[in-house]
Design a protein around this ligand. Structure first.
Ligand code: 13P
Length: 258
C-alpha cells in the first residue's frame, strides 16, 4: 500500500494578504519533501495568486470552492479555468459549511468534481454526518449515499486521484475530535464503499483524510491509524509553526507506508 499522506489546511474566511504572506514566508523551506507528504494550503480567493507565486516546491495551494461552469452571469463566483490559469493545484468541494450555509447539494458537488477533473485540479471532496445522524446510527448510510451521488459517473482513474475528507460535522470547530478509532472506522467504511462502487485497486489508491478539530496534540494518534491518510485542518492550520508540526506528524507516522 503506497499512499502518500496529505495534510491540507483549510483557512476558511481567515487571513488578509499580509497575514497570508507572513505565513508563507514562515513555512518556506521548513516543510518536508513532497516525496514524503503532500502539503497543501486552501486559502480564500483574494490571496491565491500571491501564495502560488511564493509556494516553494514542497507546498501546493488550493481553493475552497468553485463553480461548476466555465463562465457566465454568476455574480460572485469563480470557475475552474480561472483557478487553473493562476496555477492553483487543489480545490475543496462540498465542505459541510458550504452544504449547510450556501445551498451546496450532492448534485452541484458532483458537477463540480467533474469540472475540477476537466481542468486538472485535484479535488478534496468533503463528506460527513451530523451529530443527529451519528446518534441515530445511520452514519454509514449517510456516507454511502453521499459517495453514490457525489461520485456519479466519475471514472476509476479520476477516483484514484481524488482526495476524500471524512469530516463529521459534529467535530468541526467544536474542539470535539472523533476518537482515532471512530475516524479510522469511518475512513475504512468509505474505502470499502469505493471497492463496491469501483474496485480494490481504486480503493487502495484513493486518499482519505480525517477533518474536525485536528491539532498538534491529537494528530499523532490520528495519523497512526491505517485507514487515515492525512488531515484537513481548519483552525490549527492558521499558525505556521503548528502547520509545520502537523505535516511532520504525517511524515513520521506514515513513513513506513511511503
Ligand atoms: P477545524 O479543524 O477548525 O475543526 O475545521 C475542520 C474543517 O472544517 C476543515 O475543513
Amino acid at each position: 500500500m503506497k499512499r502518500r499522506p496529505i495534510i491540507a489546511g483549510n483557512w476558511k474566511m481567515f487571513k488578509t494578504r499580509d497575514e497570508a504572506l507572513q505565513f508563507i514566508y514562515a513555512v518556506s523551506n521548513k516543510l518536508p519533501s513532497k516525496d514524503l507528504v503532500d502539503s497543501v494550503v486552501c486559502a480564500q480567493f483574494t490571496v491565491l495568486r500571491c501564495l502560488v507565486k511564493r509556494q516553494g516546491e514542497n507546498l501546493r495551494i488550493g481553493a475552497q470552492n468553485m463553480h461548476y461552469l466555465d463562465e457566465g452571469a454568476y455574480t460572485g463566483e469563480v470557475s475552474a479555468p480561472m483557478l487553473k490559469a493562476i496555477d492553483v493545484s487543489y480545490v475543496i468541494i462540498g465542505h459541510s459549511e458550504r452544504r449547510a450555509m450556501f445551498n451546496e447539494t450532492d448534485e452541484t458537488v458532483n458537477k463540480k468534481l467533474h469540472k475540477a477533473f476537466e481542468y486538472d485540479l485535484t479535488p478534496i471532496l468533503c463528506i460527513g454526518e451530523t451529530l443527529e445522524e451519528r446518534e441515530k446510527g445511520i452514519t454509514e448510510k449517510v456516507l454511502a449515499k453521499q459517495l453514490e451521488l457525489d461520485l456519479k459517473d466519475l471514472t476509476k482513474d479520476q477516483v484514484k486521484e481524488l482526495v476524500i475528507a471524512y469530516e463529521p460535522i459534529w467535530a468541526i470547530g467544536t474542539g470535539r475530535t472523533a476518537t482515532s478509532e471512530v475516524a479510522n472506522d469511518a475512513c475504512g467504511f468509505i474505502r470499502s464503499k469505493i471497492v463496491e462502487m469501483y474496485d480494490e485497486e481504486t480503493a487502495a489508491l484513493v486518499r482519505i483524510q480525517y477533518g474536525g478539530s485536528v491539532k498538534t496534540s491529537n494528530i499523532d494518534e490520528l495519523m497512526s491509524m491505517p485507514e487515515i491518510d492525512g488531515a484537513l485542518i481548519g483552525g490549527a492550520s492558521l499558525k505556521a509553526d503548528d502547520f509545520i508540526k502537523l505535516v511532520e506528524s504525517a511524515v513520521n507516522n506514515k513513513a513506513e507506508k511511503v
